[in-house]
Design a protein around this ligand. Sequence first.
Ligand code: NAD
Ligand code: FES
Length: 281
Amino acid sequence: MYKIRKAEKLAENIFLMDVEAPRIAKSCEPGQFLIVKMDEKGERIPLTICDYHREDGTVTIVFQIVGASTKKMAELQAGDSFRDVIGPLGQASEFIHEPAAELKEKKYLFVAGGVGTAPVYPQVKWMKENGIAVDVIVGAKTKDLLILEDEMRAVAGNLYITTDDGSYERKGMVTEVIKDLVQNQGKHYDQVVAIGPMIMMKFVCLLTKELGLPTIVSLNPIMVDGTGMCGACRVTVGDQVKFACVDGPEFDGHLVNFDEAMKRQTIYKTQEGRAMLKLQE
Ligand code: NAD
Ligand code: FES
């Protein structure tokens, strides 16, 4: 059993939990994910690791209610336990393997959208711990849906917050901020990392391709069981077929076929909808 040490509501339908999982906390790296199972018959839910405390033996997960299982999960409190927490899974972010001297020469821009702020946080924190100041854009639909602002402020070199409706800081989507930084402020980036909803990653990649900025994306949203068995996360990357949960979750965004991946995502949305209706019966 894996005890929940802290359970907190961050925003409408978005929750944070600190979970005791010492083995995962000891070895996980930014970019990796884990799977939680509430009980023996429960669905396997893949979630990116938002933070880890190696000495404390805990990992932090952030999730949004998207279906019946995550709705049930949101009801859990501190002191409750998960039946299983499996991980760390997937490949760590590539930059952790780069020689420190080369990394320090590079200019990084992290782009986080909505709940995608959670997986971006450990990457920016890792950069800060390694003496690298990075620029970070965080986009949210509205002020009330902005998460992890203080945490991100503490680790980002420069933080640019934008809301779609202009209720806080800048107004507009993350792509507007990228354009402003590069085209108006003359900033240059060697690497962009964009994590958020699929549609955001698609449009960030269309823009960064035009601007000539290499871009990494994280395809967690298309995972279903996270084990390499269900095939739901199959994605075409360049001329190759990859599995997001095994080969990724991070890929070269300019090579990802987003339209194909999003089409497959909608098939599972219908199944999630049916499960939600069953839960309400
Ligand atoms: P959202 O719809 O509120 O969007 C967040 C931000 O993304 C917006 O504020 C905007 O700045 C940007 N954005 C959205 N559409 C855009 C477009 N067409 N062009 C440019 N920018 C755009 O996000 P949300 O509701 O928090 O997102 C939930 C989604 O995030 C879920 O589908 C979930 O699967 C996904 N998610 C992804 C990851 C990942 O690893 N990629 C991790 C956690 C959650
Ligand atoms: Fe099922 Fe990757 S999520 S194969």
